[in-house]
Design a protein around this ligand. Structure first.
Ligand SMILES: CC(C)(COP(=O)(O)OP(=O)(O)OC[C@H]1O[C@@H](n2cnc3c(N)ncnc32)[C@H](O)[C@@H]1OP(=O)(O)O)[C@@H](O)C(=O)NCCC(=O)NCCS
Length: 174
């Protein structure tokens, strides 16, 4: 059977995808150490809000297998202030745990960046934040042109009570 990446289609998210995206984020959040949110903090209100913002003033893409299962999503949106009108903020990416490490995240993120570079010349900066211990994710973002912009000390409380830094990162159009 061809590998998962070649059986996966990347497309723009639609309102009809909301239940599948909610399910995806619940599954991803149930594994500690990745997303900031706990699984019980992933609810319809949050998913509806970010999809509405990203589909209106930003970009949301899903990775869908040939069997029509949504296995990944990426989004970011422009804040509603003139001074940030060239920015995409709060970029978040998630791939379901059982298909992580098979190239879907890179395919999603590269497609997202290509779309911004080619179709959104007004976007000059993209921002995200990653917990410091999510080293694989930080290296992944660096490989896509994101740079660290400091350290937000003790910003993240882990489920065991320990604290760790959050690392703000940004891509800036050259
Ligand atoms: C981070 C994440 C989106 C990457 O998607 P993926 O499909 O697993 O990634 P890929 O297989 O395309 O690999 C891309 C890179 O991510 C890294 N990576 C692979 N598995 C990973 C994992 N489980 N967690 C974090 N990074 C991973 C690899 O180093 C890889 O680098 P390479 O392409 O140079 O080999 C995905 O692992 C995920 O959803 N993790 C949990 C949620 C999370 O951490 N989100 C980011 C919050 S800031």
């Amino acid at each position: 059977m061809p590998d998962l990446k070649s059986r996966t289609n990347i497309r723009q998210t639609t309102a009809a995808d909301q239940p599948a995206v909610l399910n995806l984020y619940r599954r991803v959040a149930s594994v500690p150490g990745g997303l900031a949110r706990l699984a019980e903090e992933v609810d319809e209100t949050w998913v509806n809000e970010f999809l509405t913002r990203a589909c209106t003033d930003g970009l949301s893409l899903v990775a869908e297998t040939k069997g029509n299962e949504i296995v990944g999503e990426i989004h970011a949106y422009t804040p509603m202030l003139f001074c940030f009108s060239h920015v995409l903020t709060d970029l978040t990416i998630a791939v379901v745990p059982d298909v992580q490490g098979q190239g879907v995240g890179r395919l999603l993120f590269e497609t997202f960046m290509r779309n911004v570079v080619e179709a959104h010349p007004e976007i000059l900066r993209i921002e995200l934040i990653s917990r410091e211990s999510n080293r694989k994710a930080i290296q992944f973002y660096e490989s896509l042109g994101f740079r660290r912009e400091g350290e937000l000390g003790s910003r993240i409380r882990n489920v065991d009570g320990s604290l760790e830094s959050d690392i703000p990162m940004a891509w800036i159009r050259s």
